[in-house]
Design a protein around this ligand. Sequence first.
Ligand SMILES: N[C@@H](CCSC[C@H]1O[C@@H](n2cnc3c(=O)[nH]cnc32)[C@H](O)[C@@H]1O)C(=O)O
Ligand SMILES: [Zn+2]
Length: 431
Amino acid sequence: MNQFVVQNVTIIDGKRIIPDGFVQVKDKWIVAVGSEWMDNHEECECIDGQGKILMPGLVNTHGHTPMTLLRGISDDLPLERWLKEKIWPAEAALDEETAAAGTALALVEMLRAGTTCFADMYHLNREGTALLTEESGMKASLSRGMIAFGSKEAQREKLNEAVTYAKACDASSSGRLRGAIFPHSPYTCSLHFLQEAKAAADVSSLPFQIHIAETRKEVREYEKEQGKRPIAHLMEKGILSNGSLAVHSVHVNKAEISALSHAGVHVSHNPQSNLKLGSGIAPLPQMLNENIPVSLGTDSAASNNTLDLFVEMRQAAMIHKGNEERAEVTNAQEIVNMATYTGAQTLGFPRAGLIKEGYEADFILIDTRQPHLTPQLNGYGALVYAASGRDVTDVFVAGCALMRDRRLLTLDEEKIRKEAALAHEKWKAAQ
Ligand SMILES: N[C@@H](CCSC[C@H]1O[C@@H](n2cnc3c(=O)[nH]cnc32)[C@H](O)[C@@H]1O)C(=O)O
Ligand SMILES: [Zn+2]
């Protein structure tokens, strides 16, 4: 049986800090956590955590993995022009093979930076993505993105594909995959299609996710056409309901925040993507005050341009302090909780996101014996204001080692980087 102990380590999760602690793992579970390890099991493997922080694996609640191949193709444009002038034409030249190479690259990038669980929404290479995620040992919520501009038949076909994919993910034998239904947005799908997608999600007990209220222009134009703001309207129609995930939610007013809270809708906050596309700043402090489960997402590498959740944590903490001219408006512990515990709950992994007995052993080690992490005065502050994904040395998911001493064990990093470069060439030639 898989059994080991990490000892002499600083344990930090969203709820507490144990300065000189241990974590005992059996099979895929954390079976004991404490401050003094009594070594009475001879055959138990011990990992020395001296000089390290042990924290829950980071959870990225929004992204599009194949788009790593489009990193840098369109910097410095607003969302609408970014999509219509650059991204959509570029995506037309991606195929199953190049998308697969982009996804593999994204998994390597995320794993190296301590992400153990992620959301991925894309239309290409779906079975391949599920398979590779399984092989990597990571956890994920996977969905087929749907833009519904086409004929009724084409729309129905997409929705069928989406349901088939989500159900297959939910049924994965490892139990590390979840499926979701993700129509792209209220400006690329009709209200009727959103209702159909929501009904299909409900029938199969699948969670519903959507990009919404990302830019002021989206909200203004939707309101002009429908007489209501997008979040208010979708909530009224029951399209956004308990457990749904509203991605971005940048332009939300007080009434919408309160409605989201009452309905139990989750929010994925993607501050770096929202800043880079000039979309705006989501009212994170106000949403947290209303107890909305807000987690963090990177969005794709085409609007970020990395998949490092440490960067996202720092952005999430910093922009609101500056924006509101109040340093107390966000705090590092809450940000760590969003990036771990809340994220895991949002993606459908209720027993993940904490270093606690009875939770799955999804955790990472961070090397603090470096100048920028010395001295160790405030653990939460170190993680949010000083650390980066490059400080992660080890990654464990469900008790399995996926990275040890900065070496990936389940993914062939060299090969994946080479294949990504080749896929980039192939994509360029197809332009
Ligand atoms: N073409 C697909 C649907 C793709 S949805 C996923 C798409 O979302 C787009 N996207 C990525 N990030 C964002 C964002 O932040 N806001 C809006 N759209 C985005 C990007 O074009 C990506 O391909 C179909 O209907 O078959
Ligand atoms: Zn997105």
